[in-house]
Design a protein around this ligand. Structure first.
Ligand SMILES: NC(=O)c1ccc[n+]([C@@H]2O[C@H](COP(=O)([O-])OP(=O)(O)OC[C@H]3O[C@@H](n4cnc5c(N)ncnc54)[C@H](O)[C@@H]3O)[C@@H](O)[C@H]2O)c1
Length: 279
């Protein structure tokens, strides 16, 4: 039986991680390299990308190729995919993860066209462009029984739309639909699943628990498991999805949210210690 904690089950396989410089992308880069993968890390933030790539390469001794690319620009995505294929001839896994947040608070009737256009371009069009640039490569692998795998980062806001972040919610609902379409289109050779994180301190909250807590409390969010998520919580699920243990799963969205989106427990039934230190 495969041991996800120790086995080098990604040895001989390559992975492309967008948004690889920070947050979930960086966490997955460390975990994948530890489990034997060679990596292409893609990000728009050049300095952070170089820092993360060199940290991962030094720590695990794997090949790590940083490529600066804005995933919302088709010409940059095409050039990035070409370079990635030159560097790695065994790209098995695509973590389609780069994303941005939006200003908190404006409702769907009041958001600005510029904000709408920007977030649609990065969060939704970006994931589509990247999937479009890599599907042939994934499908052409000789790996059995699954030739390649895609995991797209959605959000619980794509499962239960949040009126305070409407355009973000729509992008993430779109990512779930994109994932289902990829799963149907690329089966049986390639699987495609989405993850839906909840509240985790990362770059989209400016790495500040306080900033995240403000939106959590304002939204009257309740987490049945009574803590915030960590980057590691997400990494664990992505490792599972990259492993043979998930070979019969495609087209699904897996919440990694402590139960916010789906458990459906009424808020008054939950003791949520996240609120304890709030005056
Ligand atoms: N942190 C959370 O609680 C949470 C919850 C649900 C979903 N998500 C999603 O997780 C994904 C990863 O975000 P994170 O939380 O790790 O935040 P993060 O800011 O730490 O990481 C996102 C990375 O994407 C990069 N990026 C942004 N725009 C880009 C572009 N146009 N082209 C290429 N790279 C770009 C950023 O530079 C950054 O390194 C995002 O899709 C986000 O929407 C996060």
């Amino acid at each position: 039986m495969l041991n996800l904690l120790i086995d080098k089950f990604l040895e001989g396989k390559g992975a492309v991680i967008t948004g690889g410089a920070s947050g979930f992308g960086r966490g997955v880069a460390h975990a994948f390299a530890e489990h034997g993968a060679d990596l292409v890390l893609v990000d728009i933030n050049k300095d952070l990308l170089e820092e993360t790539s060199s940290d991962v390469e030094k720590k695990y001794g794997r090949k790590v190729v940083p490529i600066v690319c804005d995933v919302s620009k088709s010409n940059q995505v095409e050039a990035m995919a070409k370079q990635a294929a030159k560097e790695l001839d065994n790209i098995f896994f695509l973590f389609n993860n780069a994303g941005i947040a939006t200003a908190y608070g404006r409702n769907i009737c009041r958001i600005k066209e510029d904000d709408w256009d920007k977030i649609m371009a990065v969060n939704l069009k970006g994931q589509w462009l990247v999937a479009k640039a890599f599907w042939r490569k994934l499908k052409a692998n000789k790996f059995e029984p699954i030739a390649g795998k895609i995991v797209c980062t959605a959000s619980i806001a794509g499962m239960v739309v949040d009126p305070k972040i409407p355009s973000y919610s729509i992008t993430k609902a779109g990512v779930i639909a994109l994932t289902q379409l990829l799963a149907k289109t690329l089966a049986p050779k390639v699987t495609a699943n989405a993850i839906a994180p909840g509240f985790h301190v990362t770059g989209i909250y400016l790495n500040s628990e306080r900033d995240m807590k403000i939106t959590y409390i304002d939204g009257n969010v309740k987490t049945p498991l009574s803590r915030f998520g960590t980057v590691q919580d997400v990494v664990n699920v992505v490792l599972f999805l990259a492993s043979p243990l998930s070979d019969f799963i495609t087209g699904h969205v897996l919440p990694v949210d402590g139960g916010i989106a789906e458990v459906g427990v009424p808020p008054h039934d939950i003791h949520d210690s996240i609120y304890d230190d709030v005056e």
